[in-house]
Ligand binder design. Sequence first.
Ligand SMILES: Cc1ncc(COP(=O)(O)O)c(C=O)c1O
Length: 446
Amino acid sequence: MQTLMFKKSSEEKKLLKSKLPLGTHYSFRIPWEARQVYFTHARKSRIWDVDGNEHLDLFGKFGANILGHNLPQYNEALIDALGQVSAANLGVIDRTAVELICDCVPCAEMVRFSLSGTEAVLNALRLARAYTGRNKFVRFEGHYHGNADNLMGGRAGPKANPAPEEFEGDFYGTGGKATDIAQHQSFLIPWNDIERLQHLVETKGHEIAAILMEPININGGGRHPAPGYLKAVRALCDRHGIVLIFDEVITGFRLGLGGAQDMLGVTPDLTTLGKAMSGGAVPVSAVAGRRKIMSLIESRKVSHGGTFNGYQLGLAAVIATLSYLRSNPQSLYGNMIDHMRLCQDHLRSEGQAYGIPLSITGEPACSVFSYAPTQADEAPDPKAQFFRANAVKLIGEAMAEKGVLLSNLNRLYGNVSLESEDVDLFRERTTQAFEKVAAFAARFKA
Ligand SMILES: Cc1ncc(COP(=O)(O)O)c(C=O)c1O
């Protein structure tokens, strides 16, 4: 069994941690939180760390890396762009970037760029407020929209007035949030419950500017909308003059060129894009949508700022990414989906073999595994109880130890460069990881 050594990474962490809190750039749980690994170079789906270990990268920078590492066409486009202009407020490539997005994304009639997904969501909300003259928006439990006080955390409040409620252990909970900002600005209810949403809109619709959701809720466990749910939400928004915003920061250009809205056949008024849109090396996000709303920027009723909006290197990355994906979408996305399905099958069957049943949800391009309770688990069986609480963490950490990088412990992000050798490596290392996890199960033998 292969054992990876992380000596130099441990030293690196010690040195970095004294000046970079946690020695990393995020506070969210990631598979190598316990053992942070520092990378030096990468190619396609493989990435090497400072100790020389080779990892399979299904972390993909939280889903941004759609192309795989070091795609020559992408690199050359970025280097060319740097040779043209370092910093300019407008360039001759801008129109190409905008047209590509409008050609691909169903709701996109106009586009404005920013850097992070968070910013794009905040800009979309500002547009919705200005368009409707209302202040509040609706969020859903388990949906994540970014690192801003009014967007993060909470759980559904009471039916009559579902202001978000804070709770102990909230995954995205943080100190330092502006007091009551989420409560002041938003309602938070369970997703996929159309009656609950109907009730809210019928009683509070006059206050609601926007309904904001991930059309497939990857952050909440890879949940799909219930049959008819999105269409019913669309109709509700039309009836009550509410702006429907699909946050496609994960799903945009990852599920296909048209994202989840194309796949599911429901078109929002506005959508937010980020991550995969610029291929992973540089950040670009955008809000895109209906002309009647986006043109509030044109009439100067809504202001949109940002020093680096539409920066040339970023737009070159958008053009390179979307042009590459559009060059052969069926083959590229099909390849990613096929390889990820094989990985999922192996994961599921290893879980089965070791008595740790897993369910895998979401889409092959971005899936989430979790412990799937069975009938037998309802009995007070200590082993089942242990795995119910710990399976995801143990598996995610064991996979990272064996050199398979996942995102958020249990999320798998594929990329279009995946090859059959990557699936072979995934199988081999996942089996090793499960052998390690199974050692925990042995504790519970009678
Ligand atoms: C659906 C969704 N929206 C928005 C964001 C925020 O994007 P960023 O981290 O680029 O600010 C994320 C980040 O993971 C996300 O998953």
